[in-house]
Design a protein around this ligand. Sequence first.
Ligand code: XUL
Ligand code: CO
Length: 435
Amino acid sequence: MAFFSKVEKIKFEGKDSKNLLSFRHYNPEEVIMGKKMKDHLKFAMSYWHTLTAGGNDPFGDATLIREWDNLLPMEKAKARVKAGFEFMEKLGLEYFCFHDKDIAPEADTLEEYFKNLDEIVDLIESEMKRTGIKLLWGTSNMFSNPRFLHGAGTSCNADVFAWAAAQVKNALDITKRLDGQGYVFWGGREGYETLLNTDMKLELDNLARLLTLATEYADEIGFEGQFYIEPKPKEPTKHQYDFDVATVMNFLRTYNLDKKFKMNIEANHATLAGHTFQHELRLARINGMFGSIDANKGDLLLGWDTDQFPTDVYDATLAMYETLMAGGFTTGGLNFDAKVRRASTDTLDLFYAYIGGMDTFAKGLKVAAKLIEDKVFENFIEKRYESYTRGVGKDIVEGKVTLKELAEYALTLKDVKNDSGRQEMLENILNNYIY
Ligand code: XUL
Ligand code: CO
């Protein structure tokens, strides 16, 4: 049975196509810098936003009513698997990501919940075999259930910590079974509302304990996928412990976890933290922590995580620039952690949304590749820092001068001359490459 019978397989038709159900830029087999576009981009479907989201908001109930919604819980879960794989096949998405709770209904006991999960994972596994679609990463939802109201790894309640540990263990088993390339920890409710009731030190230590236990268990079962942390500064809690890339790197280094984790960077989370998407990617890249991307966009007029589909070619170009400069994705990929608006009620809207996101990043990839091939920024930057390749600059970089020697040198200087940073010129060049 088909859930999206109105839509045929989406094909690349080029930029002059008038068909809104086609790709204008995403040409999966086209080779860019020696690699197929689809292998550069590694697009993934987010199970939660695509198959389970209802469009609820604080002011209103679900509006996105799907064909499977009137089924009983396990039948609904199975229908979603079928729908998800049909959707991915039609769009040519080769990866997906999910939380445990997305794929199967929770139950009164963990045992029952895990049984539900096993039954659905059987079906997912057979669909993966049938289609060749792969799991980019798995994760566990440890934030929706009321049990996690104080957090999971950072809960004040040790039984909740244990419950979270059980969910992580099971989600790791599933991710390994489905040959997932990674496992994400997004700190759901790992944060605080007020320090008046919070033992911050114990909470951070415990969060690190949960992550350490997870990596030890992964070693035990031979799970070789990459672990990621997904930074976010706020929402749902007022202060999320995984605030941004810099905060997470410091946390990982403090607890000796930095060799075990990389970053899963989400565009909307970056802007909520007061950074650009590119800033977060750059910081991860130069520290060897670049891992994977949750692609979406926020609304700068709103202060929350709107998780919209990315349509901004400028941002996508800079994101793909950082990705290429990091050597491209290895275990990571580009997961559309994005949802259609609550008024976009037709399943066709899901297709338009993904097509737009995929085309945006495909165009971004092409532009970024040209910029790198022409060494547009690299040449400029190399020249801008030239003073560190000779004389006193070389000595500074090589650690050959003391503060006293530098002071003596500076005293001999009469006139210090600076060159222009040429920001506007560089912005114009970037635009010329995009147009
Ligand atoms: C929430 C968010 C999550 C993670 C996975 O803001 O981004 O969906 O990507 O738990
Ligand atoms: Co995300």
